[in-house]
Design a protein around this ligand. Structure first.
Ligand code: SF4
Length: 365
């Protein structure tokens, strides 16, 4: 069923039927997640949809929404003596206000890439005279493993491990987008992996309070088509509910154990997102019992807002008000080899997805 082209055709026909009945109304649906964007662009889903159904990309790339000031803070920390700065690979090349962690490494800083937070144990044990600083950017998907790692570190008495807490929470950002005057969103396609942790009910405020329907989707093209169809049915019926088009992995309640682990180590804090101003309760800071792991506090640093590069439209792209082709730097000054903004670096970045298609000679629109 998931890879069955006949299922895709059936879904597209149903979508066309509703789109025709809604015409000339234009319906704008936002795929929040960067992985969804990559699937949509790669599989050419936009071209399959009727003209009055528009998909726009949202802020679901964790590396992309990390503000430049925090990247600058990580670079500063990496430059201090006896510090090993650790991060996931995508973050390495993301430009802050003045350089990247990759450039810092080329300049002599000890910057390393890990694939799982559990690798931090070995690093901390093998480098006891150094401070291990983990730059933790991510959404609710990675927060449980980071929190679990810190719980184990606390139990094991590991004292040289610190974390730059840059994890963010998606529902508050969707509430901001649902109210954005320059972007009339008719429905959200919500990320399956985030929802597997927090549960689909986490998007109820978006639907109930802001009257924008939300459907949780999986990551196959057919999953996304099903989510589009479910959203259009709601639009047609003037409903705003949270629904799940990914029942094989997501429930309304989510993973309770993972939620407890997150709450043990982290608490909700206001957080700055690239392209947005401060979003209340949209980030994860440390609870009292885990405050000693806070790398920024331990270093006595103040994190500035930082500035994106001149001409970079990543902020507008992350809010869904512009597409990569509208950025004057796209594919000329800014390429994956010479990134000006984060959206072309990360595999979940909207500009990266479009650039890959463009260089393959495929026009997504
Ligand atoms: S093309 Fe580059 S500079 Fe322009 S929005 Fe995308 S990442 Fe930012």
């Amino acid at each position: 069923m998931l890879n069955d082209p006949r299922a895709a055709v059936r879904l597209v026909r149903e979508i066309e039927g509703i789109a025709l009945r809604l015409a000339p109304r234009r319906v704008t649906l936002m795929e929040v997640c960067g992985t969804h964007t990559a699937v949509i662009v790669k599989s050419g889903l936009r071209r399959l949809l009727p003209k009055n159904i528009q998909l726009v990309s949202g802020p679901g790339c964790p590396v992309c929404v990390t503000p430049p000031g925090l990247i600058d803070a990580a670079i500063t920390l990496a430059g201090r003596p006896r510090v090993i700065l650790v991060t996931f690979g995508d973050m390495l090349r993301v430009p802050g206000g003045g350089g990247s962690l990759e450039a810092a490494r080329a300049g002599g800083a000890d910057v390393r890439v890990i694939y799982s937070p559990t690798e931090l144990f070995a690093l901390a044990r093998e480098n006891r005279s150094s401070r291990i600083v983990f730059f933790s950017a991510g959404f609710e998907t990675t927060a449980p493993s980071v929190a679990w790692t810190l719980m184990q570190a606390e139990r094991s008495g590991i004292e040289n491990l610190f974390v730059i807490a840059a994890n963010k929470l998606l529902p508050p950002a969707l509430e901001v987008l649902a109210q954005a005057p320059d972007l009339r969103i008719d429905g959200f396609i919500c990320p399956g992996h985030v929802s597997a942790i927090i549960g689909a009910s986490a998007f109820e405020a978006v639907a109930r309070t802001h009257h924008v329907p939300a459907v949780v989707s999986g990551f196959e093209p057919v999953d996304i088509l099903l989510a589009v169809l479910m959203l259009l049915r709601q639009v047609q019926a003037a409903k705003a509910l949270v629904e799940i088009a990914y029942m094989r992995a997501v429930t309304f309640g989510g993973n309770r154990r993972a939620q407890v682990i997150i709450r043990t180590v982290f608490k909700r804090v206001d957080s700055e997102w690239r392209g947005f101003s401060l979003i209340p309760d949209s980030g994860l800071g440390f609870t009292k019992g885990y405050a000693r792991f806070d790398a920024v506090m331990e270093a006595g640093m103040a994190v500035e807002s930082g500035r994106p590069a001149p001409g970079c439209m990543c902020g507008e792209i992350l809010r869904g008000v512009k597409s990569p082709e509208e950025c004057g730097l796209f594919g000329t000054t800014c390429t994956p080899e010479t990134p000006i903004g984060p959206c072309i670096v990360s595999s979940e970045g909207t500009c990266a997805a479009h650039y890959n298609q463009k260089t393959a000679g495929i026009d997504d629109f």
